[in-house]
Design a protein around this ligand. Structure first.
Ligand code: FAD
Ligand code: 3HM
Length: 379
């Protein structure tokens, strides 16, 4: 029997691509994911997820897997020069901290269980609005829907010539996964709750920040922030004497970070004129790379991957290009606001004041992209 299911080809097997793939396959599509890397694994260290992405993971049936190796810290604490500015418990709100490899595995399993074919070492060179995807080996394929989920340097986006702007920030970050070393930290600073997320800011006399995020019982995610212009602060391997002089209580974990390979990542925001062209649509960092301040890059990617799958499934083949435009019209404003807010935090470093989980800064974190009534206006 011929396969009459609609076919989706996805460029990029990151968080955006795998989420879209799992969702579409569960909704009845035949899906292939092309990942250019020779092996299926993720770079990076830890990640924070909020209600918007956790709702999507739940809908995919992957929540038990995700919960098995993640945690909800007792509070999100912010310090300035080691003085506590706020301790936000976020009671009643959903959030989890975890490692990137664990999120990646969770999504990969969900995608494969839904029947997605994930091809490593398959590089996409571009796509056409009419629905042809091309590969580095010279081959091509036709699809009813093509998704560019191929990150900030998206080949799919660039092959379509979608105009974009790129805004770079003065600060950047180096990320590490290290052992928790909780007993050693506790010995150095007994009154601290070392299960908290602790955002250690120092602005004066020098801008250096450590974001301390426990990811599970064994692993800790630490992100070391400094301006790109600070050669010693942004050096990798890290300048251990410098970092321990400013954060002596973190010495046990900074020592491990100093021996761990890493890469300094400069913050940037990418904004596109439009997200789709004919049968092709871009999602995730390919569409809306953002500063990490609100911890919403992957969250927004997964949220949009889900709503895109719902919108594409509801549309007929003939209506698909228009349905993609309508999806962008409805879903994009929140992502635009999230990008703007994250960029503002990166520019102003206002997060150092703490108390950030309110109002506009908490909007994306509370969003439920799986609620069919989410855009209804209530009188
Ligand atoms: P990517 O993760 O970049 O995946 C793209 C994939 O496509 C890659 O696997 C790549 O190899 C592949 N690819 C590229 N080109 C091709 C091609 N031509 N053909 C085939 N495959 C290709 N987000 C959060 O939600 N919470 C956080 O706590 C958080 N913290 C962050 C901290 C830092 C310091 C940074 C820099 C980002 C953070 N983010 C966070 C953002 C998050 O990492 C990204 O937004 C997210 O990973 C984007 O996912 P993606 O799938 O769109 O892109
Ligand atoms: C989780 C998280 N939050 C904020 C930043 C930042 O401001 O760089 C990075 C993160 O990984």
């Amino acid at each position: 029997m011929t396969d009459r299911r609609r076919r989706a080809e996805i460029s990029g097997g990151g968080f955006a691509g795998l989420t879209a793939a799992a969702a579409l396959a569960q909704m009845g599509w035949s899906v292939r994911v092309h990942e250019k890397a020779p092996e299926l694994r993720t770079e990076g260290a830890g990640i924070v997820l909020w209600n918007n992405s956790l709702q999507v993971i739940q809908k995919l049936g992957a929540l038990p897997d995700l919960m098995s190796k993640s945690m909800t810290p007792p509070a999100y604490e912010t310090r300035m020069n080691n003085v506590i500015q706020s301790q936000e418990t976020l009671d009643g709100h959903r959030w989890r901290t975890l490692t990137r490899p664990h999120l990646y595995e969770t999504l990969l399993i969900a995608a494969r269980e839904a029947g997605v074919e994930v091809l490593a070492g398959s590089e996409v060179t571009g796509a056409t609005a009419e629905g042809v995807i091309t590969f580095a080996d010279g081959s091509s394929a036709e699809a009813d829907l093509i998704i560019g989920a191929d990150g900030v340097g998206s080949a799919v986006r660039d092959s379509l010539g979608i105009p974009l702007t790129r805004e770079r920030s003065r600060d950047g970050i180096t990320r590490f996964l290290v052992p928790r070393r909780k007993a050693e930290l506790q010995a150095l600073e007994p009154d601290t709750e070392w299960d908290n997320v602790i955002d250690f800011w120092n602005l004066d006399p020098r801008v250096l920040r450590v974001l301390y995020t426990p990811a599970n019982d064994e692993e800790l995610y630490i992100a070391l922030m400094s301006p790109a212009a600070d050669a010693d602060g942004s050096r990798v391997p890290i300048d251990l004497p410098l970092w321990t002089s400013v954060f002596p209580q973190l010495a046990p974990v900074l020592e491990v970070a100093a021996e761990t390979p890493g890469k300094y990542y400069g913050y940037q925001t990418t904004r596109l004129d439009y997200w789709s062209d004919g049968k092709v649509v871009v999602i995730g960092d390919a569409a809306h790379a953002m500063c990490p301040a609100l911890a919403q890059g992957a969250g927004s990617a997964m949220q949009n991957a889900w709503t895109l799958a719902v919108a594409a499934t509801a549309a007929s083949d003939a209506d698909l290009p228009e349905a993609l435009k309508e999806w962008e019209r409805i879903e994009r404003p929140l992502t635009d606001r999230t990008q703007d807010r994250s960029q503002w935090y990166a520019d102003t470093r206002e997060m150092a004041k703490g108390g950030q989980f309110t109002g506009e800064s908490f909007e994306a974190a509370q969003y439920n992209p799986t609620d069919p009534h989410r855009h209804e206006v209530h009188a």
